[in-house]
Write a protein that binds this ligand. Sequence first.
Ligand code: SAH
Length: 449
Amino acid sequence: MKKNVVYQTEITGMTADGNGVCRIENIAVFVPMTAVGDILEVRIVKVLKSYAFGIIEKLITPADGRISPVCPVFRQCGGCAFQHIDHSTELSYKENFVRDAFTRIGKLQPVFEPILGSDSRYYYRNKAQYPIAEQDGHLVCGFYAKHSHRVIPYTACHLQPEIFTEILNHLLPALEHCHISAYDETSHTGELRHIYLRKGFYSGEIMLCLISRVSVRKKIKSLLPEIQKKFPAVISITESVNPQKTNVILGNSVAVLAGQNFITDTMCGKKIRISPQSFYQVNTQQAEKLYQIAKEYAAFQGSETLLDLYCGAGTIGLSMADSVKSLIGVEVIPEAVENAIQNAKLNQITNAEFFCGDAGTIADSLLKKNLSPDVIVLDPPRKGCDDLTIQSVIKMQPSRIVMISCNPSTAARDAAKFAASGYLTKKVRAVNLFMCTSHCETVLLLTRE
Ligand code: SAH
């Protein structure tokens, strides 16, 4: 197989990162922005040892479920893998990713409950972090082109709240007026790196955080009252200085420039305060459904001790606190733990306690203090749980473990480790939180045999 050669073929599968798969000359070729069933001509763009990458040269017969993408920059942007297919097709792909992960990686045979979709496909995100660049003498922001850090200026993403576009379109010229320069990654010079916005889905409160290499506080001082006047929902304006050469967006600390350092939203009927550093599910409405399923899986009787590992601002545990005797949450980000403690107070929840630290280390120390939770909720980051966490959880002998994960592959890997110690995965349900993208959330119930 050679680069630039064009083949006629059919897309027969879909990878979990959203590439269509076809077989040409007996090797797998991955083609983005395709759909299973497409008959097409594929131009080979990269050949590796056992697989290759191609792009659509000509779509001959489109598969069922194809639709026109709504976004003009769909092809350049790396954000949406599935804007060109309808929601039910997207759901069937994601259901397959999850099923495939648990049967193939996990070698497990749980009951797969039907994936939970969403009524609305666009404008669902409550958070966006826009990289900044300077183009033709102007400050621009948008998104990185696929596999690169080249900024494509675009402020009207169909997944973000529309007010973010208004704020950006006002803010960029205003920042320019204050002589703010864009950070340049290559030379590690310039000032503004990212504009980070978050909006409470129910409260409408907005947080604006400027991430810069060096502080821009003095330069933009006069701008702040004007932003607050024009956008009264912006009740938190902060700055995070990040002087490092890194892909990590936020710096080590966040300082208030105007207003407060948090916004408050509602989730599962509970008031939730969130700081810029705290994790908060980007799709509030779908996250509420996800947490509701997790609660059903946990099947509380009322007398349980619940351990919520990787608890963030406490959202999951607090949504369950009324149904258990006591709640213990563990989280590594100090600001998130502060939020969680405050969130318990805001909701008059008195049976909750939160610890700041590594999930495995704290779980191990709780185990040594003879804590034996009845139910453990695990909601790790993409890389999944480490072995200390898994082993500590197993030794605590909870009767049920509910795992929530944004990465079906690591969830399946971890579920297999639990299975080896007698915790079988009983049911698995995919929940679509990230419409139009290839990402998928999964919730699973493990019980002790
Ligand atoms: N359960 C929360 C947060 C889930 S995201 C919610 O639903 O909102 C995963 C969380 O794990 C993040 O808050 C992250 O800061 C935290 N985290 C990452 N590594 C960790 C570790 N080693 N120990 C404890 N928490 C960790």
